[in-house]
Design a binder for this molecule. Structure first.
Ligand code: ADP
Ligand code: MG
Length: 613
């Protein structure tokens, strides 16, 4: 019953946008509104359960913590009522009128980033409460906050632009969402239809759910059951419910531990990595429970950052039930949980890699980025993570990868370091001048295609006692190869070295005959040891300081190469032309290293050289 005149409010612009999309539905699976509203009801009950631990005065305190769903096929309505915390007027405005909550925010951000193209993914965000407007022409929320001093309210909207709030007497604690169904959605007013939907999800809700007065679920926690008794479909349904997901999980780990902590955990890796697709950064989504009671749905420190792609549940009997979400961060217990679960999950990935290499490769292609992040930044798990990294190499086929463990097992007795090269792809690394010296000596080189790899390699630094070194680093020393016939002798080599140094002047820091070249005449190594050619390109791309410092490189030349020998023969007789050749050789080396910024001088020079042919 209303005791005041209704007050009209405009939805925030973003919500209008959201509603517009929801109403002109992207979803084929409209039934998810049931899941979303049940999940909100369950959240509200969880929150109330927490409040009961600390608050003395709670409105309507005798109510059972349960959810009641009723359908009315004559009136074409469905009602979902909970006895949770409810909302005050201010909370109604804040929670249902503005975009404060995570799911919808992420959804909108993704939309802004062009996610329309990937409509199926949008479902992963779950637009929460607003999904009621997919099926409803009008939605009413009757609510009374747990705070006894606040009056009850009814919130009403048809989803177009505005909503009304009116005081309302006689409300029970919690929220009652009444949906007046659109004609084409009237099936959701059928008892059997809702029963079918609820049965699929409600098993995972930790509060009793009644449909038209009949209990539909027995509260059971899937993660506490013996894994031999849980069916594949049950796991998948649980994943979809718990992660608000549409996809099937890619990997699953269900485990129990007794020491050092009693843990029951059920973890899932989704099919797709939404961060990789350009969606916003994932937030922790493995919920923390204590004996089936939820402590926190999104605990921050339960898992390391790089495991933020996991979904699921961790239940530990050793947590105090009244642990609050705020103080949880400091709890040594959570740290311990973090350690045990991370370790167990890493072990699981190791087993997957060994027993199901193809599946692991697919996982790695999708989620490898997170493992790299961990290897580079999480010192505690670095060693285990590095073992899980995979790269193509000069010894793998295109598209096939190797682990560092396998690499080390192939190393010859003389090889002391692990080598890698950065490049946009296999072809460009193979065509560049850096690889050939390693190939000639049968040294394997890892191929790194992602910009982040350089950062990872620099941070990881060594594996199994072996230094990890960029093959284009100026410090790399390679063993002598037997000198092929026809190389310049050491006197002549010295002369041409001196001459090159003089001729190229400021542009080179050092010139020397090289032991790493086989088929190419020259190569350039960055004289600044801290920045490899690749790093410099990266800094340039990011507009970073240092990117524009005058470039001086170490030039290495191949005294066996025909061009160098010819240069030696002509450099005294035709000094002009030899100078042009030397400069052009340096530019060629810079091009291969991706370091030549301005090509105008080079083109002019090339034309001059062509004149003399
Ligand atoms: P989310 O659940 O991701 O926060 P929703 O759109 O589902 O987003 O809900 C928005 C907010 O509205 C919730 O965070 C909560 O504060 C409030 N809310 C929704 N349903 C209820 C309810 N049944 N009882 C109390 N508060 C609710
Ligand atoms: Mg919700």
């Amino acid at each position: 019953m209303s005791t005041s005149t209704p007050q009209k409010f405009e939805f925030q612009a973003e919500i209008k946008q959201l509603l517009d999309i929801v109403i002109h539905s992207l979803y084929t699976e409209k039934e998810i509104f049931v899941r979303e509203l049940i999940s909100n009801a369950s959240d509200a009950l969880e929150k109330l359960r927490h409040l009961q631990l600390t608050e003395k005065e709670i409105f309507d305190d005798k109510l059972d913590l349960e959810i009641n769903v009723t359908t009315d096929d004559k009136a074409k309505t469905i009602t979902i009522q909970d006895f949770g915390i409810g909302m005050t007027q201010a909370e109604l405005v804040e929670n249902l009128g503005t975009i404060a909550h995570s799911g919808s925010k992420a959804f909108l951000k993704a939309l802004g980033e062009g996610a329309q193209k990937n409509a199926s993914l949008i479902g992963q965000f779950g637009v929460g409460f607003y999904s009621a407007f997919m099926v409803g022409k009008r939605v009413k929320v009757y609510t009374h906050s747990w705070r006894a001093s606040e009056p009850g309210h009814v919130w009403t909207s048809d989803g177009s632009g505005s909503y009304e709030i009116e005081e309302s007497e006689g409300e029970r604690r919690g929220a009652k969402v009444v949906i007046e169904l659109k004609d084409e959605c009237s099936e959701f007013a059928q008892d059997w239809k809702i029963k079918e939907i609820l049965e699929r999800y409600s098993a995972f809700v930790s509060f009793p759910i009644n449909l038209n007065g009949k209990r539909v679920n027995t509260v059971q926690a899937l993660w506490l059951r013996n894994k031999n008794e849980v069916k594949e479909e049950e796991y998948t349904a649980f994943y979809k419910f718990q992660a608000h997901a549409f996809d099937e999980p890619r990997l699953r780990l269900h485990f129990t531990a007794d020491a050092p902590l009693a843990i029951n955990a059920l973890l899932f890796v989704p099919k797709e990595n939404t961060e990789k697709l350009g969606f916003s950064r994932l937030e922790p989504a493995v919920a923390l429970y204590c004996r089936k009671v939820q402590i926190d749905a999104k605990p921050k420190n339960l898992l390391p950052e790089w495991l933020r792609f996991l979904k699921g549940v961790v239940d530990s009997e050793d947590l105090p039930l009244n642990i609050s979400r705020e103080t949880m961060q400091d709890k040594a217990l959570v740290e311990k949980l973090n350690k045990v679960i991370s370790k167990r999950f890493l072990k699981f990935l190791g087993e997957e890699a060994k027993n199901r290499p193809d599946g692991y490769a697919e996982f790695y292609a999708e989620f490898g980025h997170f493992l790299k992040e961990g290897a580079a930044l999480d010192f505690a798990h670095k060693d285990q993570l590095v073992k899980l990294l995979r790269f193509e190499s000069s010894l793998t086929e295109k598209g096939k990868t190797t682990s560092l463990t396998e690499y080390v097992s192939r190393m010859g007795a003389d090889q002391k370091e692990i080598y890698y090269l950065m490049g946009p792809n296999r072809a460009s690394i193979e065509a560049g001048p850096y690889l050939e010296g390693f190939k000639a000596r049968n040294l394997e080189v890892l191929f790194c295609y992602e910009p982040v790899d350089e950062y990872v390699m620099n941070n990881v630094r060594e594996f199994d006692g072996k230094k990890i070194t960029a093959a284009d680093h100026a410090d790399v020393k390679l063993s002598d190869l037997p000198k092929p016939e026809g190389a310049l002798n050491s006197d002549d080599t010295k002369k041409i070295t001196e001459w090159l140094k003089q001729t190229l002047g400021e542009r080179v820091a050092e010139v020397k005959a090289s032991d790493r070249l086989v088929d190419s005449p020259v190569l350039a190594l960055n004289a600044d040891k801290m920045t490899s050619p690749h790093m410099r390109r990266l800094m340039k791309a990011m507009n970073r300081e240092g990117a524009d410092a005058p470039l001086r490189v170490n030039l290495e030349f191949n005294p066996r190469h025909a061009v160098i020998k010819r240069l030696f023969e002509t450099h005294t007789a035709q000094p002009e032309k030899a100078k042009l050749v030397a400069e052009q050789l340096l530019d060629n080396a810079l091009i291969s290293a991706g370091l030549l910024d301005d090509t105008t001088a080079m083109v002019a020079r090339l034309n001059k050289l062509l004149e003399s042919v």
